[in-house]
Design a protein around this ligand. Structure first.
Ligand code: ZN
Length: 334
């Protein structure tokens, strides 16, 4: 059978009427100072990039119209990669995180029914980042934080970052672990596979697994991490992960199997993956209650993402959960 979901976005029909009011969680913007440089996104086809770039700072009519095409009622916005994580100097990172979060707050104030925010965090200074996270959640009404990969090569299993996990638990908000710019690519990487094609998923999935095997969730059992891109391929890999982890001489004394931790502490979004087979696999391995709709705007075709989930051949109750209900409960959107 031909999989219609593999139809390129440019060939997709445009007369679709969205059928579910959705909440989407991986929707990017950028303040002018943090717009990705062409060097940072050099793997993009320049023509594709020229269409995306003008959409990043735009937080008004065009974005709302695009959300409407996909039936998205609420978009949770986040500063795009590499963002704060790419800033080498700690004081500058702190000031810029605050600036990006204030700009996002101003946009939310303009559209309080349509926008929410994930905080950008300056983990170059963990104490300052936790203070900023508390400000964003308690004073600005943000619903969590989004981190773009490692911060200057440092991953979130580093004990130095422990206060971040305590603060997330205390505030009871999730951390969205989004790809950033990997600092150490495996020797096998080639340009054709770098970036969003494969390299970012490899780095982000490894980042997530580091959190599990280093025991972050034994210490912080209530921490919640969201992975985009249908879980960065991990839902497909859970059985082998457990099987081979049980045989490595380097395994740590974590309380349960890696897959059990993944199922307990992680949620995933559908961002950038409009594939029925991948969705079915994730529903089977995680349950629909741990999957949430997202689009990865403006890097992906928002209308295609909305039409795909509206037409996905899954149970209607599961679909409502994925499109809206889980996010509403997790982010306490009322
Ligand atoms: Zn993204």
């Amino acid at each position: 059978m031909v999989n219609q979901n593999r139809t390129p976005a440019s060939q997709a029909a445009t007369d679709h009427e969205p059928t579910i009011n959705k909440i989407a969680l991986e929707e990017h913007f950028s303040i002018g100072e943090l717009l990705p440089t062409s060097a940072e996104l050099e793997f993009f086809d320049p023509l594709v990039l020229s269409e995306i770039e003008p959409l990043l700072p735009e937080l008004a009519e065009q974005r709302l119209a695009n959300m409407d095409k996909a039936g998205i009622e609420i978009a949770v916005l986040s500063q795009t990669a590499p963002g704060i994580q790419a800033i080498a100097e700690s004081t500058e990172a702190s000031a810029m995180a605050r600036h990006a979060n204030d700009a996002l707050h101003a946009a939310i104030e303009q559209q309080p029914r349509r926008f929410r925010g994930f905080a950008a965090l300056n983990l170059q200074d963990v104490d300052a980042a936790c203070t900023e996270l508390k400000r964003c959640v308690s004073e600005l009404g943000f619903v969590g934080a989004l981190i773009n990969g490692s911060t200057q090569g440092e991953y979130l299993d580093n004990p130095r970052v422990d206060l971040l996990w305590s603060t997330l638990e205390q505030l009871d908000v999730p951390l969205y672990l989004h790809p950033g710019l990997p600092t150490n690519q495996p020797a096998s990487m080639v340009k054709e596979l770098d970036g969003a094609t494969w390299g970012w998923s490899f780095d982000t999935a490894t980042h997530a697994l580091r959190l599990i095997v280093k025991g972050v969730f034994d210490k912080h059992p209530n921490a919640k991490v969201i992975l985009g891109h249908m879980g960065e391929n991990l839902p497909f890999y859970l059985w082998r992960l457990d099987s081979r982890y049980a045989t490595t001489r380097y395994r740590n004394d974590i309380a349960t199997t890696p897959s059990a931790v993944f199922r307990r502490n992680f949620l995933i979004t559908t961002s950038g993956v409009c594939d029925d087979a991948a969705l079915q696999c994730s529903i089977t391995t995680l349950g629909p209650e741990r999957i949430m709709f997202s689009t990865d705007y403006p890097y992906e075709d928002i209308e295609l993402a909305g039409r795909w989930i509206d037409q996905a051949p899954i149970d209607p109750l599961a679909k409502t959960m994925i499109c809206r209900d889980t996010a509403r409960t997790l982010l306490r959107l009322g």
